[in-house]
Design a protein around this ligand. Structure first.
Ligand SMILES: [Zn+2]
Ligand SMILES: [Zn+2]
Length: 309
């Protein structure tokens, strides 16, 4: 299938491709896995999407279709995963070729720039909340307020959760409150674990979206009993936890990658129906390198999105 890309989100994963952090990446490569666009040509044998259909593609570019993960609607865990923008060319271009079986239809309510950040950042946080056993009324701690973090706040709120944001930057407080957080913890002036523990008994779920593993380690004791720490950002360093805090509170630690086609379908439907719209900073395609640099330096609000003319 040939897709005319209209918008492509700029994800931290693209920076990792640029830095050579994925050993399985193929070079040279066109990065980008938050793709929203239009079908330009459906391709032979494709009758479920027609030319002109509004579509999206996530990091899940292909999978084997036969293994236990694939048969269980959990294709992102397939060991033969084709990773858009990492093992095959992605969306930092005006026209791209995609495996039509992994291309999804966009709900009418979502514009291209709104849909693009949902394809990875939105999908990742929605899938993480789902797999961590989120229930309405849960207290969700979100570490970091970048592309993933801001979507974490929006989804947790729209799903009926309460939210605390933990950030190293005091200037993020107003943005966190605008997005719907009831508590903001500036981690340089207050210990995050102590602040979260004092929040009606701790967080039921912590989404660690920052790439700093130290920030996840520091927040972990702020989990409520039976709470789950979910790692979404992979920086250098190791997870280091007190075993008694794990055992006595029956706490859990898990990681969560982007998500399956089922997760993506549900993310898009939920966002469309419940008014979840990312904060977008648009860039022309020619300024992709600038968008990556600004994300790296933490100067962006919400998600940078490359918007094609
Ligand atoms: Zn991503
Ligand atoms: Zn498979």
């Amino acid at each position: 299938m040939l897709i005319g890309v209209r918008a492509c989100g700029v994800c931290h994963g693209d920076l990792m491709v640029q830095e050579g952090a994925f050993p399985f990446a193929r070079y040279p490569i066109v990065p980008g896995h938050e793709i929203a666009g239009i079908v330009e040509a459906a391709g032979d044998g494709v009758d479920w999407l027609k030319r002109g259909a509004r579509v999206g593609l996530s990091a899940l570019g292909s999978s084997c279709g036969r293994c236990a993960a694939c048969l269980g609607s959990d294709e992102f865990l397939c060991s033969a995963l084709g990773f858009t923008g990492v093992t095959g060319d992605g969306g930092y271009q005006e026209l791209m070729v995609a495996n039509a079986s992994y291309v999804v239809r966009l709900p009418d309510e979502l514009g291209f720039s709104d849909a693009a950040p949902l394809m990875c950042a939105g999908l990742t946080v929605y899938s993480a909340l789902r797999h961590a056993g989120f229930k309405p009324g849960n207290r969700v701690g979100v570490i970091g307020l970048g592309g993933l973090g801001h979507m974490g706040v929006l989804f947790a709120r729209a799903m009926g959760g309460r939210v605390a944001v933990v950030s190293t930057s005091a200037s993020k407080e107003s943005e966190a409150k605008e997005l719907g957080a009831e508590l903001f913890v500036h981690s340089k002036t207050r210990a995050p674990a102590e602040a979260l523990s004092a929040w009606d008994g701790g967080a039921n779920i912590i989404l660690a979206t920052a790439s700093s593993i130290e920030s996840a380690n520091a927040a972990f004791p702020g989990l409520a009993a039976n709470g789950t720490l979910v790692l979404l950002g992979a920086g250098p360093g190791d997870v280091s936890l007190n075993p008694m805090a794990l055992i006595m509170g029956r706490r859990r630690v898990m990681g969560s990658p982007a998500g399956s086609r089922k997760d993506l379908h549900d993310t898009l439907e939920f966002a469309a129906k419940h008014g979840v719209r990312p904060r977008v900073t648009p860039f022309p395609l020619a300024r992709a390198a600038d968008a990556l640099a600004q994300m790296h330096e933490g100067r962006l609000h919400g998600r940078a999105v490359l918007v094609m003319e």
